[in-house]
Each structure stands twice: as C-alpha cells, then as structure tokens.
Design a protein around this ligand. Structure first.
Ligand SMILES: Nc1ncnc2c1ncn2[C@@H]1O[C@H](COP(=O)(O)OP(=O)(O)OP(=O)(O)O)[C@@H](O)[C@H]1O
Length: 352
C-alpha cells in the first residue's frame, strides 16, 4: 500500500497502524511519512513553518498551479470522444462526447444511474472505455494505475471521505505532495539535501493549502477529530497538494447544511480563480447552478444537454429527465436530485 494513494486512505482503517508514531509525538514535533516506499518516519517541526503563512497573498501564490499545461486557457483540457462503456449487456455510457475546458468549473449531473461515476472512472483511468477515446492535455488516457493518473495531473476527492484518520491535517496534505517528489528512496533514507528541500517545500505548501481551504488553524489536529466540513476541506487540500491540472470533486457538498454549501461554493470559485480547472459531480442543483461555468447532463448513459447553467436548467429534456415529466412541460426550478424520490431513471438494469 502506498501512502500517497487516495484509494487506500480510509479514516480509521488498519492503515493507522503504520502511523502510530503520531500518537507519541508532542504537538510541535510531528513525525510524518514522506510516502513512497520509505518506512522511516521523519521528524518535522510544524510550529517552525506556521508564522510564514500569515500573509494571504503568499498563500494564493503558493497554492496556484505551477505545472506546464499544453493546452491554452479555454481550450479542451480533457475530451471524452464518443466514449461507450459496457458492463456485460449494460451500456453505462453510450457514445458520450464532451470537453472540460482549461480554467472552467464544469458540472457533470444526471439522475441516479445516469453514468456520472462511470464517466468519472473512464476519465481517471479506472476503466478503459469499450470504445471511444479520452484525451487529457494532449495525451490519450487508457487504463492506468491511480498513481500514474495522479502523476499526469488528475486529482480527485471521494463521495465518502477517505483520510488518514490518525494523521494530522498537515500530514494528510504532505502525503499528497509526495506525488510530485523526485527524490529517490536512498535520497530519502539518507536525507540528502534535495530530499530535505523537498520536505521543506512540502510542509510550506501543505500549510498554505490548509490556509487556502480555511483550516490552517487545525494543522496539528488529527484528521479524525476534525468537524465533518473541515474533513471535506482537508480532502480538497490534499487533492490540490498533488499539483493537479484537473481537480475532480465527487459530491463535495454531501451532508452539508445551506451555510456550509454557500461557503464551499466560495472555495470552489476561489480554486478556479487561482488557476485550476475543476470538474464537479454534485446532486445539489442550487450549488451546481451557482458555481459552474458549464454543465453536462447525462441520462441513461447518454448526454442530453451541454451548456451554460441557464441553458441547461431551462432545457425541457433536462427538466423531464429530473422530474419524469413530458419534455414540453417547463418547470422553472429543478430540485435536488439523486434522492429516493426522483423518478427519472432506474439505478440499475436496462440496456442503456
Ligand atoms: N462496475 C460495474 N459493473 C456493472 N455495472 C455497473 C458498473 N458500474 C456502473 N454500473 C452500472 O452502470 C450504470 C451507471 O452507473 P453510474 O454509477 O455510473 O451512475 P451514476 O450517474 O454515477 O449514479 P449515482 O448518481 O447513483 O452515483 C448503472 O446502471 C450501474 O448499475
């Protein structure tokens, strides 16, 4: 199990055993696992870096993406081209084509079972499409290991929060920075100058990211002790720590009250304004409409709409998909979708 692999990060899991050293640490001197195959914990003085992060201008500059992206602002960063995904006799995606443009917040919505997660998995290399192509920053994405996808520049958060519960907030974020480290294992073990510099950068960037998402003051608290909303923010900070070209948020507002949703919208806009491209899968239509630049709608594995929030939410086909009413029956306000009362699409079965 690699420490920087988000799929393996589950709050309260057996993985905590690997990080028991944190239990015996003083609040100021925290051991952290630099990730990869290095097993030896390294002492890090968190208190030393905190005062440097008081200036919000510095925080924004540190957090802003620094990787080379081949496509220009507004051009397609990720393209789904005629993607079909079949599971046995079930067609979960049916010739789906859409782009995520560099610098935008794209919402991907649709009723339960519409194919959102499947599209997400095809984009992030979890599935190889049955046919069609996914292009990311000029390269074809096939099936790829998760760390390879992270390395290429796609980061994601999960519907169900996955954090190292016994690690501090800062440690969780520093683990995310490992994806960008270049030090060899011997370099880490012998603590070469480059390794120490990377370690220092990781801590500075980790603190800046925590400040950026609004939980800087909680840097030394264990992830499992953070309030629910702060855990969701921590997941976002950790995803950003991998320096992604594309940040994918899978239902980041699940379980939030209206005030928390409002605050999350502000954070997502801030992330976009800082230079990131964001894909948002979310059931809450108010949030999707309030924060996205464009929306793609799936139903039964097919794309039924693609446009601005205003265009999409007034599209009779979208209204019908959500409410199960005839296409010509305009309904001005779409409700939150995906709950048990939506009658548009079955969650399973049927050939899509
Ligand atoms: N690995 C799989 N094997 C078989 N069928 C699958 C698999 N993954 C998804 N499906 C099916 O594909 C269809 C689309 O599912 P998907 O999870 O992509 O929808 P969704 O829009 O994400 O739904 P939800 O909003 O409920 O998460 C569903 O009928 C689902 O049962």
């Amino acid at each position: 199990m690699r420490a920087n692999d988000p799929e393996d990060v589950v709050a309260g899991s057996a993985h905590e055993d690997a990080h028991l050293a944190a239990d015996t640490a003083t609040p100021e001197t925290l051991p952290y696992d630099p990730g990869g195959d290095v097993e030896e914990a390294v002492a890090v003085d968190v208190a030393e870096v905190r005062p440097e992060l008081a200036d919000p201008t510095t925080v924004d500059a540190i957090v802003a993406p620094s990787r080379d992206v081949h496509v220009a602002e507004g051009e397609p960063l990720l393209s789904m081209r005629d993607v079909t995904m079949q599971f046995g006799g079930l067609t979960a995606l049916d010739h789906v084509t859409f782009d995520i443009r560099r610098g935008e917040i794209l919402g991907l919505i649709g009723p339960n079972g519409a194919g959102k997660t499947t599209a997400f998995n095809a984009m992030t290399g979890v599935y190889r499409p049955t046919s069609g192509t996914v292009l990311f920053d000029g390269e074809v994405i096939g099936k790829a290991a998760r760390n390879e996808i992270t390395r290429r520049g796609i980061a994601r958060t999960f519907q169900n929060i996955r954090l190292f519960g016994e690690m501090t907030a800062l440690e969780n974020v520093v683990v995310g920075t490992d994806a960008r480290h270049r030090t060899s294992v011997p370099g880490a073990v012998f603590r070469t100058r480059r390794h120490r510099a990377e370690e220092r950068d990781a801590i500075d960037r980790g603190m800046a990211l925590l400040e950026f998402v609004g939980i800087g003051a909680r840097a030394t608290e264990r992830a499992r002790n953070l309030p629910y909303g702060d855990q969701r923010r921590l997941e976002i900070a950790r995803a950003l720590a991998t320096e992604p070209k594309l940040l994918c948020l899978d239902e980041p507002a699940a379980g939030f009250n209206p005030a928390e949703k409002e605050s999350l919208m502000g954070l997502i806009r801030h992330i976009r304004d800082d230079g990131y491209t964001v894909l948002l899968i979310e059931h809450d239509m108010r949030l999707v409409r309030g924060v996205t630049d464009r929306i793609v709608v799936l139903e039964f594995g097919r794309k039924i709409a693609d446009g601005t929030p205003e265009e999409v939410t007034s599209d009779p086909a979208v209204v019908a998909a959500y409410l199960g009413v005839p296409d010509d029956a305009a309904v001005p306000d779409l409700p939150e979708i995906g709950g048990p009362t939506t009658g548009a699409a079955p969650t399973t079965g049927g050939t899509r």
